[in-house]
Design a protein around this ligand. Structure first.
Ligand code: HBI
Ligand code: FE
Length: 285
């Protein structure tokens, strides 16, 4: 993670949090947030998981960059989570420690108008619009805390790179199977106009059934749309798979098995065909 500073910047606390200073966001910032919000809302009905859309409806994120104090009050009532501001990417250990305490860290800046489609570091739109709605879902909220606790333990096993793949292929780029077809819930997809369509409608990527070990063996790319997505049957199943697994022997097994290429499809993989009929999405572009 090349952008992570070695120590918290002078304005940050030891846990890397900073005051949000919500009042410093300008009218132009709020307008840019609304542009991003409105664009996603034209795409997400019929594509995003019902859990994501339900969370979004409860959180009041439409009007501009949210004030984290009010957002955290709402979220705390729903699932006990809070949102705290950080300058940008934080070290893994700090990130996991916040998750383990049910605190989600959000970058305290908004992308500029030249980066509306792509940026390298997570900004407040990715972090809040992308991640926070799912934290209003009790099962997913528990999964995220368990992930933080598991992340702290994985460092002791030297297995952080394996566990990071689980985060990548679920929290960031996950798909879920519903009675109506595949739906997106990963924050990296739901906060991206291009990938919201690509993940479900493009014929090119693989959509494979989720399997914990399979996912943790699979490399990932950070510089383009994903070539492989993993589909969970439900958020309850995802939580159960992680809570019921003893990761210590798993890490030992993973250490001696080769990584899988991003594009690999194994004979035992369940392969899904296209995510959703484009015509079934109410606002397909
Ligand atoms: N820092 N701000 C921020 N946001 C993240 O998503 C993040 C991070 N630091 C480390 C990190 N993620 C990784 O540990 C996970 O992607 C596994
Ligand atoms: Fe993210």
């Amino acid at each position: 993670m090349s952008h992570v500073l070695a120590a918290p910047p002078p304005e940050a606390a030891a846990d890397w949090t900073v005051p949000q200073h919500w009042e410093r966001f300008t009218a132009a910032d709020h307008a840019r947030w609304r542009t991003l919000f409105d664009r996603q809302m034209r795409l997400l009905p019929g594509r995003a998981a019902p859990a994501f859309l339900d969370g979004l409806a409860k959180l009041d994120l439409a009007d501009g960059v949210p004030d984290f104090r009010r957002l955290s009050e709402r979220l705390t009532r729903l699932t006990g989570w809070q949102v705290v501001a950080v300058p940008g990417l934080v070290p893994d250990e700090i990130f996991f420690a916040h998750l383990a305490r049910r605190r989600f860290v959000a970058g305290n800046f908004l992308r500029d108008e030249r980066q509306m489609d792509y940026l390298e570091e997570p900004d407040v739109f990715h972090d809040v619009f992308g991640h926070v709605p799912m934290l209003a879902h009790p099962g997913f909220a528990n999964y995220m805390q368990a992930y933080g606790e598991g992340g702290l333990r994985s460092i002791g096993f030297g297995a952080l790179d394996k566990l990071a793949r689980l985060y990548w292929y679920t929290v960031e780029f996950g798909l879920v199977e519903t009675a109506e077809g595949l739906r997106i819930y990963g924050a990296g997809i739901v906060s991206s106009a291009g990938e919201s369509r690509f993940a479900l409608e493009s014929p090119s990527p693989n959509r494979l059934g989720f399997d914990l070990v399979r996912v943790m063996r699979t490399r990932y790319r950070i510089d383009a749309f994903q070539q492989t997505y993993f589909v969970i049957p439900s958020f309850e199943a995802l939580l159960a798979a992680t809570l019921e697994t003893d990761f210590a022997p798993l890490y030992a097994e993973l250490a001696v098995r080769p990584d899988l290429a991003i594009s690999a499809v194994l004979p035992e993989d369940r392969v899904f065909t296209r995510g959703t009929q484009a015509e079934a999405a109410p606002h397909a572009a």
